[in-house]
Design a protein around this ligand. Structure first.
Ligand SMILES: Nc1ncnc2c1ncn2[C@@H]1O[C@H](COP(=O)(O)OP(=O)(O)O)[C@@H](O)[C@H]1O
Ligand SMILES: [Mg+2]
Length: 244
């Protein structure tokens, strides 16, 4: 049975979709079957990140309203075996019915090891529906005060909705911040959000270039190693946290 992991944040643009895709690829590379469930209605982008934009005809709304079978709406990632995408509704007004979403994810859980649910930023109805199907959550923040305050709010809301297993991912950490003398700044982020840290991801120019072209991260990049380690921790392995 798949674990359903919410990838969420208070603010937009912090890297939720990027983290979902790269973590999904790292888990798939480790032999897992992973479905990316994109719930950011109207703001889809994961099809481009996977390089399947010409193959997606149906989307999550078609599946939830029973216009098509889930398998018909899914696209297989061409560069990573075991990684699949169910793209977000094209219609930005679409709000999934919670019961339908629960039924869908329960059914899908038989066919995958992980369902990674990429939620829209904030605490709207899509977020609430997604929280209802989550076993765990990854809260993505960038090291800036507004993001940290919003992250705290999301963490509190997730807990109130019954998602107790929340881990923090600090994304877009610059080389300056990664230097040891700036570590107290990252500690302040962790304290500010009040959630246990599971990964620190550097800001790497190649991340944007590569995901925009729908290509995999080369094995030689720092981020490739960072996401492989994050995938290992998600799997429950003890991998010491390294900054940068
Ligand atoms: N670690 C990173 N290094 C460099 N660029 C990143 C990183 N993470 C995300 N980005 C870039 O930041 C932008 C927003 O990321 P995205 O995943 O779309 O955010 P969200 O889904 O939270 O709105 C994209 O242009 C993406 O390529
Ligand atoms: Mg996104």
């Amino acid at each position: 049975m798949a674990q359903t992991i919410l990838v969420t944040s208070g603010k937009g643009g912090v890297g939720k979709s990027t983290v979902s895709v790269l973590l999904g690829a790292a888990l798939a590379q480790a032999g897992k079957r992973v479905l990316l469930l994109e719930m950011d209605s109207g703001l889809r982008g994961m099809d481009i990140m996977l390089g399947v934009q010409d193959e997606t005809v149906y989307d999550l709304s078609d599946v939830l309203t029973r216009r098509c079978e889930p398998i018909k709406a899914m696209a297989a990632c061409p560069y990573m075996q075991g990684l699949y995408l169910l793209p977000a509704p094209y219609d930005h007004c679409f709000i999934p019915d919670q019961g339908d979403l629960i039924r869908l994810t329960r059914g899908l859980a038989h066919h995958f090891d992980y369902l990674l649910v990429d939620t829209p930023a904030g605490l709207g109805r899509n977020f609430q529906a997604a929280a209802a199907v989550a076993d765990r959550a990854l809260l993505v923040v960038t090291p800036d005060p507004i993001c940290v305050r919003d992250g705290r709010k999301v963490a509190d809301t997730l807990e109130a909705l019954g998602v107790g297993d929340i881990r923090l991912v600090i994304n877009k950490v610059t080389p300056q911040l990664a230097k040891m003398k700036m570590l107290p700044d990252l500690d302040a982020v962790i304290d500010g959000v009040g959630v246990q840290l599971i990964g620190v991801i550097p800001q790497e120019n190649q991340v944007m270039e590569i995901t925009a072209k729908g290509r995999p991260l080369p094995n030689s990049t720092v981020c490739h190693r960072v996401f492989a380690n994050l995938a290992g921790r998600i799997e429950g392995k003890y991998i010491p946290l390294a900054i940068g």
